[in-house]
Design a protein around this ligand. Structure first.
Ligand code: GDP
Ligand code: FO1
Ligand code: CA
Length: 324
């Protein structure tokens, strides 16, 4: 069975581990968000691709959720000793090795897809990981800023999240460059050729949103022959981790399991979803989601360990069979 997953970082990576535990023989293609990518000290960093790669490759720092296990921070310490450069983004020594390889390949004129294939080869991933696009796309957040002439300031998503801890009032989210981007090789084929499409518990605004915004991707999902089933990243009216509650209001979406489901919409109604799983705590929203034309079930959705996450994946597959 061919399963294609539209993936952000930590939420997606943990879900994928459960999916593979449940269905070890599935042929899984992961379309990774690259809107989080940034250039620091000349290095091209792809946090969501790397989080999936390290997690599925067994090299991830489990406590942090991102970056390499057994990490050291000597390079960053040296950078911090020079006052002239910003150093709010945590690049570890081992992680820098990855960015050096990626950046060198890009500098030689290779694509991000090619660089990603070269990096993932080392980790012997049990999935095919491809970036959503080879074009440069960077998610920016426009925040209120009383000190600027127009009352606004635009910053890279990572600066908003890592440097300012999502504390600045959000006006809008803008995925810079996405309108002119084209899907990376294999992206549309992975959607049209899948037996099942899954939206893991990923950030709807800055993970799944940018992937769907790559021209052609949303339409491909909408018209795919495979069922599309998602799992809510919002549990009990709040994100499990991250800043989705700060960003959803900026796109007019309620921070709730039903709010996100209705945002993606029912496929029968021009939207994306055939099925949606919510946590048991959000069981009361199942009726409203079904009324919108989306099959829904309430089950435990906390990815506390691989077995629990595998069970979540199993229910997602069951729901897909019900709507197929
Ligand atoms: P990021 O790129 O590292 O932020 O990761 P993703 O975008 O893939 O996933 C982040 C989303 O996953 C957040 O909105 C979290 O609320 C959600 N999430 C994280 N852990 C869990 C969990 O155990 N269960 C559920 N249902 N959602 C989770
Ligand atoms: N997240 C942080 O909160 N602080 C960091 O310093 C940081 C560094 C970092 C380096 C490489 C990488 O692949 C991920 C990193 N992350 C860091 C995670 C990342 O910023 C976010 O979790 C996601 O991009 C949010 O969607
Ligand atoms: Ca991310």
């Amino acid at each position: 069975v061919r399963i294609t997953v539209l993936a952000g970082g930590i939420g997606a990576a943990r879900f994928l581990r459960g999916l593979l535990a449940h269905s070890p023989d599935a042929e899984v293609t992961v379309i990774g968000n690259t809107g989080d990518d940034l250039t620091l000290y000349g290095l091209r960093v792809s946090p969501d691709l790397d989080t999936v790669m390290y997690t599925l490759g067994g090299g991830n720092d489990e406590a942090r959720g991102w970056g390499r296990a057994d990490e050291s921070w000597n390079a960053l310490e040296e950078i911090r000793a020079y006052d002239s450069v910003p150093s709010w983004f945590g690049l570890g020594d081992r992680d820098i090795g990855t960015h050096l390889v990626r950046t060198a390949m890009l500098a030689e004129g290779r694509t991000l897809s090619e660089a990603t294939a070269a990096l993932t080869a080392r980790w012997r991933l049990p999935v095919r990981l491809i970036p959503m696009t080879d074009d440069r796309v960077e998610t920016h957040v426009v925040v209120e800023d009383p000190d600027s002439p127009d009352g606004r300031r635009r910053l890279h998503f990572q600066e908003y999240w890592v440097r300012h801890h999502a504390s600045l009032p959000v006006v809008t989210v803008d995925v810079e460059g996405v309108g002119e981007a084209t899907p990376a090789p294999g992206v549309l084929e992975a959607i049209t050729g899948a037996d099942l499409l899954l939206l893991p518990p990923s950030n709807p605004v800055v993970s799944v949103g940018p992937i769907l915004s790559v021209p052609g991707v949303r339409d491909a999902v909408r018209s795919a022959s495979a069922p599309v089933v998602g799992l809510s990243p919002i549990v009990g009216g709040a994100p499990v981790r991250g800043m989705a509650d700060k960003l959803l209001p900026s796109i007019g979406v309620d921070t709730s399991a039903a709010g996100v489901a209705l945002h993606f919409g029912a496929r029968g109604d021009g939207g994306l979803l055939d099925g949606w799983l919510v946590d048991e705590r959000d069981a009361e929203s199942v009726g409203r989601i079904r009324e919108a034309g989306i099959a829904a079930r309430a089950v435990p959705l906390m990815m506390t360990d691989v077995a629990t996450t595998a069970a979540m994946a199993g229910v997602a597959l069951e729901l897909a069979e019900e709507v197929r």
